[in-house]
Design a binder for this molecule. Structure first.
Ligand SMILES: Cc1cc2nc3c(=O)[nH]c(=O)nc-3n(C[C@H](O)[C@H](O)[C@H](O)COP(=O)(O)O)c2cc1C
Length: 365
């Protein structure tokens, strides 16, 4: 019998259990992207709380594209020393940490987004933000590929154990893969492998820059949930198989595209009934049959007995969780003591509106 508290590994990276913190922006870095003591403390608590692999909130790879305020910056070497303090702190508590990296494009929710020179695969309006990005030139694409490579190399230098691309929920890579947002007529548009061509180039660049053992991971939509206007599973599966061949070490599944539908189903509410939880388990079970990469999924994972059932009935390796750790960074330790402990998070999504991100149930009266 497999157990959620078993050790596991991604490439040569050993993890003390199969529980992962899905990337979550904490609205807590400074205006230029530097992290500070309070953000390090947030991650230290997560590390002490028993999580095997912690993914940071998305970090921006180019100064001119910052999809949210108070994000972690990784667009310059100047960020490395402070980020090294963060990774050293997490490592002290026997946890591992990956840096999530993003190019945002038109899905930017930054209040100054209109003043940014945002580029996308095609000049298609984003329904959530109203932004129509500039269609990228081939030169722009080269600039982005290099920026991902630079960011990954910096992450490694700063002591991160892995990097993860944010390719879910409507950011640039989601737009590239989408037949609705990518209407290019050159070699980067058209059938699925053409739309994914730039992603393959980004992965190859990053792999070259960080070496073969360093885990390069991706959080990605299996479905944009916009019918045949967006990517669907039969197409995304083709991309996953190719990414597997390119050496992606872990694929974390999610779904939904903010650019088309701001009511993103990736961050569902009303999850108290067990039947509503772990809502992408079927897709992840299917994916795990087809790839060598480790498979994880995120979305409504709340109940450890269900996690054990899922991992014993599939080849899913890791269970990924975001909001419950905002309410309770020590949740894994609590589950270890009592597997039936009920997480405090009620999945209300009000953590979004707090600075820094925090659980409203923890507010002092
Ligand atoms: C406050 C907040 C910040 C988030 N930031 C990110 C992020 O930086 N990168 C990302 O991939 N997903 C982000 N997400 C989405 C979560 O990682 C996750 O996919 C979603 O919350 C569903 O999982 P859950 O039910 O375990 O919360 C964020 C979610 C919340 C609530």
């Amino acid at each position: 019998m497999k157990n959620i508290f078993d050790k596991t590994s991604i490439n040569k990276l050993e993890l003390k259990n199969r529980i992962m913190r899905s990337a979550a922006w904490m609205n807590a870095a400074d205006e230029s992207g530097f992290i500070n003591e309070s953000l390090i403390k947030i991650y230290e608590d997560l590390a002490k709380g028993g999580i095997g692999l912690i993914n940071t909130g998305y970090a921006y790879i180019l100064k001119e594209d910052k999809p949210n305020p108070n994000m972690i910056g990784i667009y310059d070497d100047k960020f490395i020393p402070k980020l090294k303090e963060l990774t050293d702190t997490v490592h002290k508590h026997n946890a591992k940490i990956g840096l999530q990296i993003v190019y945002g494009s038109s899905t930017s929710t930054h209040p100054n987004a209109a003043e940014m020179d945002l580029i996308g695969p095609s000049a298609v309006k984003n329904n959530m933000t109203g932004i129509t990005p500039k269609e990228a030139s081939i030169e722009d694409f080269r600039h982005i590929v290099k920026a991902f490579g630079d960011a990954a190399e910096r992450a490694k230098k700063a002591g991160f154990d892995a990097v993860q691309f944010h390719a879910a929920h409507g950011y640039f890579i989601t737009l590239l893969l989408s037949p609705y947002f990518n209407r290019r007529e050159d070699e980067y548009g058209g059938d699925i492998h053409s739309r994914a061509k730039l992603l393959y180039e980004i992965v190859a660049e990053v792999r070259n820059r960080v070496g073969k053992d360093f885990p390069v991971m991706i959080k990605i939509n299996y479905d944009d949930l916009m019918g045949d206007k967006g990517i669907q599973f039969h197409e995304s599966m083709e991309v996953f198989k190719r990414l597997d061949n390119l050496g992606i070490a872990m694929i974390e599944l999610s779904a939904g595209n903010l650019a088309a539908n701001p009511e993103i189903p990736a961050i569902r509410t009303k999850l108290s009934k067990i039947e509503s939880q772990s809502y992408y388990k079927e897709a992840a079970t299917e994916l795990a049959k087809h790839v060598n990469a480790k498979v994880a999924f995120v979305g409504g994972n709340r109940t450890p007995s269900l996690f054990n059932e899922i991992i014993n009935n599939s080849d899913i390796e890791l269970i990924s969780i975001a909001r419950p750790f905002i309410a309770e960074p020590y949740l894994v330790n609590k589950w270890k003591e009592n597997i039936d402990y009920k997480a405090k998070c009620v999945s209300c999504n009000r953590c979004w509106d707090t600075v820094p991100v925090s659980c409203i149930l923890n507010r002092k009266k």
